[in-house]
Design a protein around this ligand. Structure first.
Ligand code: NCD
Length: 301
């Protein structure tokens, strides 16, 4: 197997996205257990909390016939005894064929990939990236619209600290979005170093009502409380935006709302039953997408 790390959504080309989508389509319909990853061991190295990402990777691995080992918090590992990340990665190399890693530090997965002899999949590193979430986001768009090109995207919420936003913005460079609106509270604007490197223009908007009727895909994020250095700053912005039924009324027919979840208060629960609400459907695609990605890593390199 060729060594392949997935650290950023830029590690995948347009055709890689489509081939993962194809595998995901195939795996979504399979009942029971497959044998493609039989004899392989996947290590889930989760130094930060997770519900969906960890559980869906685990399910994806099991469904493909792999064995899954790992941990879900720093406290339960020798890191709590002072072991450094490099040594932990070296140890996991002895036990596993692929490491799926989540860490609070930006760049932790890249660092791990520099010493690892097995593929590293970044399952979220600090406020940097979360590439497998971007694959799920785009696959959801693809399932609904049958294309990713020529659509208007609106990214609403914390665009500064949300790693899913960085991965999505970068993944969109592989496609031809019509327009990409950025709709953050003033203190939580997307980071310059990310936006300036994109191969398409983004349009910053203050008021979602100014563009809501044009948007095909509204991508909402949670305020990333744990990334704030200053609690006072968090308090100032914490309830600065809410997607409610009033806003959704202005959305065009066929448009959708996505959210990587967990949702806190930024989407009113009354929105859940509206046709635009696709975030639970999006979450349900986590398993087939991650099966597709794992299959690709192990079978194509
Ligand atoms: C996201 C994350 O961990 O970055 N969660 C997820 O994996 N779906 C989003 C978030 O925590 O807000």
């Amino acid at each position: 197997m060729k060594l392949r790390h997935i650290i950023s959504s830029l590690d995948l080309k347009r055709e890689d996205y489509f081939s993962i989508f194809e595998y995901a389509d195939k795996f979504a319909n399979v009942k029971g257990k497959l044998t493609h990853l039989e004899g392989k061991v996947l290590a889930l190295a989760f130094f930060e909390p997770s519900t969906r990402t960890a559980q869906s990777f685990q399910t994806a691995g099991i469904k493909l016939g792999a064995n899954v080992i790992g941990f879900s918090s720093e406290e339960s590992t020798s890191v709590a005894k002072g072991e450094n990340l490099a040594d932990t990665v070296r140890m996991l190399n002895n036990y596993s064929d692929c490491i799926i890693m989540r860490h609070k530090f930006d760049g932790a997965s890249l660092f791990a990939s520099e010493i690892s002899e097995v593929p590293i999949i970044n399952a979220g590193d600090g406020k940097h990236e979360h590439p497998t979430q971007a694959i799920i986001d785009l696959y959801t768009v693809y399932k609904v619209f049958n294309t990713i090109d020529n659509l208007n995207f609106g990214l609403l919420g914390d665009l500064k600290y949300a790693r899913t936003v960085n991965s999505l913005l970068r993944a969109l460079t592989r496609f031809k979005p019509k327009r990409v609106f950025l709709i953050p509270p003033p203190q939580l604007k997307a980071r310059k170093e990310i936006v300036e490197e994109l191969n398409y223009q983004t349009i910053e908007v203050e008021n979602p009502y100014d563009v809501i009727q044009e948007i095909d895909v509204l991508y909402v994020t949670r305020i990333q409380k744990e990334r704030f250095v200053d609690e006072v700053e968090y308090e100032k912005v914490k309830e600065s935006y809410v997607v409610d039924t009033k806003l959704v009324e202005f959305m065009k027919k066929g448009s959708i709302i996505l959210h990587p979840l967990p949702r806190v208060n930024e989407i009113d629960r009354k929105v859940d039953k509206l046709a635009q609400a696709k975030y639970f459907y999006q979450a349900s695609l986590g398993v087939p997408v991650r099966m597709g990605l794992l299959y690709k890593i192990f079978n194509e390199g």
